[in-house]
Design a protein around this ligand. Structure first.
Ligand SMILES: Nc1ncnc2c1ncn2[C@@H]1O[C@H](COP(=O)(O)OP(=O)(O)OP(=O)(O)O)[C@@H](O)[C@H]1O
Length: 243
């Protein structure tokens, strides 16, 4: 995490979000802050509410109650399923989304994103012909077109091989080092341990924990409870809380 002034206001404040689908409570009174340049991982079992949380932050759905400190236009969104057009080239996709999002200087934004995601060489290639890793870069480039201060990624590494995953996290790390707040969901708990300043643990719509991976391990006994393994600590943490 970069140095932030102690009294700097959070880059994102999520206050008391609740979301129901009929009888089902997908999120219950969830609050957290994220600082500029902070990398926050949202982890939790299937159905915990991770995607619901990210889609509310992205403005795709509204909460039943609670608030988000920024409007959706200030929050970039990278969905799990790429929303890009496979028959269009990389540059065509970026130009299209830049116009749809009314980015002030669309051409400059496209050039900047091609450069930032190192896709200049692929600018004229059809997206459908790119590797999974490069398709994911296009997906992220779309989320970053408006240079948002906050970027959301829904399970960004799930379809990538280990090398592509490494590159993804290098890129995301650079973004965060440049001041962008990044909130992502993942099922890969080890990845959250490696690539998050802070993890938020959601289960059945409740926020059970927010802190560093080390703090979570300490809560379940740390090294005294066995060899250091964040995934085991995470499972144990959930088990102790009835999940
Ligand atoms: N559109 C919807 N209509 C009804 N129920 C929904 C809808 N979307 C999600 N849910 C329910 O809300 C709860 C939270 O779902 P959500 O997809 O946010 O969880 P998740 O943590 O992202 O899960 P996963 O890890 O499986 O992707 C689940 O019980 C899910 O079945």
């Amino acid at each position: 995490m970069p140095d932030v002034a102690i009294d700097a206001p959070p880059a994102l404040t999520v206050a008391a979000l609740t979301k129901r689908y009929g009888e089902r409570v997908a999120l219950h009174d969830v609050s957290f802050d994220a600082a500029a340049g902070e990398l926050v991982a949202l982890i939790g079992p299937n159905g915990a509410g991770k995607t619901t949380m990210l889609s509310i932050l992205a403005g795709i759905q509204s909460p039943d109650s609670g608030s988000v400190s920024r409007p959706p236009r200030e929050i970039g969104w990278v969905p799990q399923q790429p929303a890009v057009y496979s028959k269009l080239s990389v540059a065509e996709n970026l130009r299209l989304f830049a116009r749809l999002e009314r980015v002030p200087d669309a051409n400059a934004a496209v050039t900047r994103m091609l450069e930032q995601t190192a896709l200049e060489d692929r600018a004229d290639d059809e997206v459908g012909r790119l590797s999974g890793g490069n398709q994911q870069r296009v997906n992220i480039a779309v989320g970053l077109l408006a240079a948002p201060p906050v970027l959301l990624l829904d399970e960004p590494s799930s379809s990538l091989d280990p090398r592509q995953r490494e590159r993804l996290w290098e890129f995301v790390g650079r973004l965060a080092a440049g001041g962008t707040t990044v909130v992502y969901s993942t099922h890969n708990v080890q990845e959250a341990e490696r690539y998050a300043d802070r993890v938020l643990v959601l289960a059945d719509g409740e926020l059970l924990f927010g802190g560093t991976p080390k703090q979570l391990e300490e809560m379940v006994g740390g090294a005294a409870a066995g060899p250091r393994d964040f995934e085991a600590a995470f499972v144990r943490f959930l088990h102790e809380r009835g999940h």
